[in-house]
Design a protein around this ligand. Structure first.
Ligand SMILES: O=c1nc[nH]c2c1ncn2[C@H]1C[C@H](O)[C@@H](COP(=O)(O)OP(=O)(O)OP(=O)(O)O)O1
Ligand SMILES: [Mg+2]
Length: 210
């Protein structure tokens, strides 16, 4: 029997498609949008609380996701609050936040939380990817420009989140990669693979019973 998991991946069709492509053989994934209150806390606390809340509202099994971006120089901030920083400061503002530091390394963290129903303890699946925040970003331009004697070029289309400033492996930004290339190394993909393994191996009984 198919287990329908409802998730709250808000308005991001790419992410839902990725979830379906990886979990599709194991479970059926329905998507539902809801305005889930996000508490303040660690990445894990935020994801757990979202899952608990969602399970109450849906009155059944749910899957929720939360992404964070940790700057090493800021001891992990903005972390789960990256959405607010990105909205308030934009990509250029995020870049400038690190200008006073030598260390521009960052870690993207994707956390999926599965909760079987109201009152159940959420189970977390996390993927992490290390990279470096590029020094300067020029957006909406096809031109190569000079800033303080340095050649600066746009680093991929500004199509998703902080992808254009997240430089993987000292070479390309996530925005410069194809979806397939990003999937090979992304935090989101690593988390999904963990979830898929758990669903298809350890939790066969659960999937049949629900
Ligand atoms: O692979 C990624 N590459 C670039 N940017 C990304 C990625 N994954 C998430 N993001 C951005 C979207 C949002 O500005 C923030 C938090 O994402 P995330 O928590 O998943 O989504 P959200 O906060 O918009 O939805 P929700 O209110 O359900 O938590 O990071
Ligand atoms: Mg979020």
């Amino acid at each position: 029997m198919a287990l329908t998991i409802l998730d709250f991946i808000t308005g991001n069709k790419n992410k839902l498609a990725e979830v379906r492509s990886i979990l599709g053989d194991v479970i059926e994934v329905d998507s539902q949008t809801a305005d889930i209150p996000e508490i303040q806390g660690t990445i894990e606390e935020v994801a757990e609380e979202k899952a608990r809340w969602a399970a109450e509202v849906i009155n059944g099994p749910v899957l929720v996701e939360d992404s964070a971006l940790e700057f090493s120089a800021l001891n992990g901030l903005p972390g789960p609050y990256i959405k607010y920083f990105l909205n308030a400061l934009g990509l250029e503002g995020l870049n400038k936040m690190l200008d006073g530091f030598e260390d521009r390394t960052a870690e993207a963290v994707c956390t999926f939380a599965f909760c079987q129903g109201p009152g159940a303890k959420p189970i977390l699946f996390q993927g992490r990817t290390k990279a470096r925040i590029i020094r300067q970003c020029i957006l909406n331009s096809n031109l190569t420009v000079f800033i303080q004697g340095t050649i600066v070029r746009p680093r991929g289309p500004v199509n998703f989140g902080w992808d254009p400033i997240f430089e993987y492996d000292g070479k390309v930004t996530f925005a410069e990669m194809t979806q397939e290339e990003k999937n090979l190394v992304s935090h989101g993909h690593k988390a999904l693979v963990k979830l898929q393994k758990w669903l298809s191996h350890g939790q066969e009984q659960l999937v049949k019973d629900v």
